[in-house]
Write a protein that binds this ligand. Structure first.
Ligand SMILES: NC(=O)c1ccc[n+]([C@@H]2O[C@H](COP(=O)([O-])OP(=O)(O)OC[C@H]3O[C@@H](n4cnc5c(N)ncnc54)[C@H](OP(=O)(O)O)[C@@H]3O)[C@@H](O)[C@H]2O)c1
Length: 321
């Protein structure tokens, strides 16, 4: 089968280690099944893997990709939950200390077929296309958990989303708006700020801008480049929910502001299989559909990854198999 793989780790030139070509078909172990992939979507996770972040060289070559929608062996339309927990683990899969994401320990979804645990399959609603459904398991699920589980916010609250153009960030704007939050966003370019407002953000600002008032919560995926602003933007008692640090993981912590204003810093990672099911229903019920920047065949994955590395995307890049 055709697949897109990480062949080598080249931290400062991630595309140099990318492989495109034939791989053996997956052989599902006991309790697993094979999904015929119809669509998969890129995440920054794929870039991190090529840079060697979160994976060791002895796992290579490995098929990239966390997200997929496709057909199970009986022809049912399914979405794949990307969090692989121990078969003996019960409850919130993201809390299993031994969990991995597809493409970290097991081959991922940028292939014509992928093996996954049977319990990781969630029925795809007919209302969503394969391309739309393939955007949900990582970026949208992460945004769902950040907003509706980890933030503690009630509808009507004001949320700042840093770095509006990303896959998670556009999901935060769409889901937050649909749930009745007032969403403010920052972005480095005016074009992306305009698009954020058209998507449903109430207002959009350049990075670091003074806001009209302090916010109840900040949704962080950017890290070092926006962290100081995120802490400054919060009301006393406010919460910053962080799921990623694209620009670097070691900002000045500004501990005095954290304790003096009684701020909460809350980590968030992916979401449960049940939350993925609720996210699918949320999309069905509200009419929210993922923002897709572009769709391209699997064998053009290099171009999609290059756009993501250059920050030249607004929303998700989808690969069709
Ligand atoms: N913990 C989890 O479960 C989880 C799940 C999903 C993603 N993540 C992490 O969250 C981050 C975002 O993921 P993604 O897939 O949404 O990535 P993405 O689509 O590549 O988005 C990255 C966004 O970061 C923004 N950004 C702002 N300042 C930046 C700077 N100085 N350098 C680089 N980017 C900057 C950009 O927004 P503008 O161009 O609008 O400024 C860009 O669109 C990644 O680090 C990823 O690993 C974590």
């Amino acid at each position: 089968m055709f697949a897109v793989t990480a062949e080598r780790i080249v931290s400062d030139d991630p595309l140099a280690g990318l492989g495109l070509g034939e791989r053996p078909d997956p052989v599902p172990p006991e309790g697993w099944t094979t999904v015929t992939v119809r669509a998969a979507s890129l995440n920054h996770h794929d870039v991190w893997t090529l840079r060697g972040v979160g994976i060791s060289p002895d796992r290579l070559p490995i098929v990239l990709g966390c997200d997929a929608a496709g057909l199970d062996p009986d022809g049912n339309e399914v979405v794949v939950h990307a969090v692989i927990s121990d078969p003996a683990w019960a409850g919130d899969e993201t809390m299993d200390p031994g969990r991995s994401l597809l493409s970290e320990r097991y081959d991922g979804t940028f292939a014509q077929r992928v093996a996954v645990p049977r319990r990781n399959l969630v029925p795809k609603p007919a209302a969503l296309s394969f391309a739309e459904a393939a955007c949900l398991p990582t970026a949208y699920l992460t945004a769902y958990r950040m907003l509706f589980d980890r933030s503690g916010l009630e509808p009507g609250a004001t949320v700042l989303v840093q770095g509006a153009g990303g896959g998670v960030a556009t999901a935060l704007i769409l889901l937050g708006r649909a749930a009745g939050y007032r969403v403010w966003a920052t972005s480095r370019t005016e074009a992306k700020r305009d698009r954020a407002v058209r998507l449903g953000a109430d207002q959009a600002f350049p990075p670091g801008a003074r806001l009209p008032e302090r916010v109840d919560a900040v949704m962080e995926t950017v890290g070092e480049a926006t962290w100081a602003h995120s802490l400054r933007a919060l009301k006393p008692g406010g919460t910053v929910v962080i799921c990623g640090a694209t620009s670097g993981p070691m900002p000045q912590a500004d501990l005095a502001r954290v304790f003096f204003l009684q701020l909460s810093v809350v980590g968030s990672t992916m979401g449960t299989r049940d939350q993925l099911g609720r996210l699918l229903r949320f999309c069905e019920q509200t009419g929210v559909r993922p923002v897709i920047d572009r769709t391209m065949p699997l064998d053009q994955a290099r171009d999609g990854l290059a756009a993501m590395i250059n920050g030249d995307v607004f929303g998700k890049v989808v690969l069709t198999a």
